[in-house]
Ligand binder design. Sequence first.
Ligand SMILES: NC(=O)C1=CN([C@@H]2O[C@H](COP(=O)(O)OP(=O)(O)OC[C@H]3O[C@@H](n4cnc5c(N)ncnc54)[C@H](OP(=O)(O)O)[C@@H]3O)[C@@H](O)[C@H]2O)C=CC1
Ligand SMILES: O=C(O)[C@@H]1CCC=N1
Length: 267
Amino acid sequence: MQITFIGGGNMATAIIGGLHQQGGHQIHVVDPNDAKLAELARDFGVSTSASLPEQLSADDIVLLAVKPQQLKEVCQALAPRLNGGMVLSIAAGIRCDAMARWLGSERIVRVMPNTPAMVGKGVSGLYAAPGTSAADREHADTIMQAAGITVWLDKEEGIDDITCVSGSGPAYVFYFIESMIEAAEQAGFAADEARRLVLATFDGAVELARQSPLPVATLRTNVMSKGGTTERAISRFEAEGVKAAIIAGAMDCRDRSIEMGQQLSQD
Ligand SMILES: NC(=O)C1=CN([C@@H]2O[C@H](COP(=O)(O)OP(=O)(O)OC[C@H]3O[C@@H](n4cnc5c(N)ncnc54)[C@H](OP(=O)(O)O)[C@@H]3O)[C@@H](O)[C@H]2O)C=CC1
Ligand SMILES: O=C(O)[C@@H]1CCC=N1
């Protein structure tokens, strides 16, 4: 497939990394930043340009990977060059109806990916606008499967829901990892040893949760010997409202996705 990325930033780089590992795609990246383009060309062998191609063909797939605030301008510049090609947008918030107005095309799939796409362990939520065909949806699915697993959403609002779980979720997990590394350092481990210990602990816990038939809460209580050390730690987390804060933060994230959609999908 010929895929043109508009925007070659963090998320585009992660998806291109996944596609590169899969192989077999022709990738072109448009971004104003020369240094970024040089890096992408070096790491993944993609072709690049600082401005949009003059014309695209109906078989080309365009993947919009600019910030939501830049999307309207990019869509309007793209409209006369699109020639009916399919557009995938990874922008948070911006709804299909707005993009359809700006692009003059309803052949749009919205995708909410996440950065572990870079190592083939991404999660992508997808929603297809009514103007797409079954073949379009299959192409979108194939592209995003290069980056990990795909989850199709029946309603467009599902994109807001999945944003607060898997889209933004890696940041929550990295925040927990950062905190654990700081704790390990405070306990006396050198920085590299702290990182190794914490990453292996996350790895092991996730693998156990994946393989075990037990609920995650039971796996947690299995670590908590009565009157022991873990119980003391979890008591502190509960007293400080850590779980409630994580849930509230995720709901704030979903609200922000809805709010961005309302603010940026007008006119
Ligand atoms: N990061 C993440 O984990 C996720 C991000 N997303 C979505 O992905 C999109 C991109 O996010 P992210 O990668 O983090 O952002 P970045 O800022 O890293 O990437 C955006 C890139 O687009 C470039 N750009 C700006 N204007 C244009 C233009 N007119 N034509 C081509 N390129 C342009 C920017 O250049 P410059 O910096 O010079 O402005 C930048 O390199 C957002 O819409 C976000 O909502 C979705 C899921 C997860
Ligand atoms: O923070 C953001 O807005 C983007 C969307 C999901 C992850 N990053």
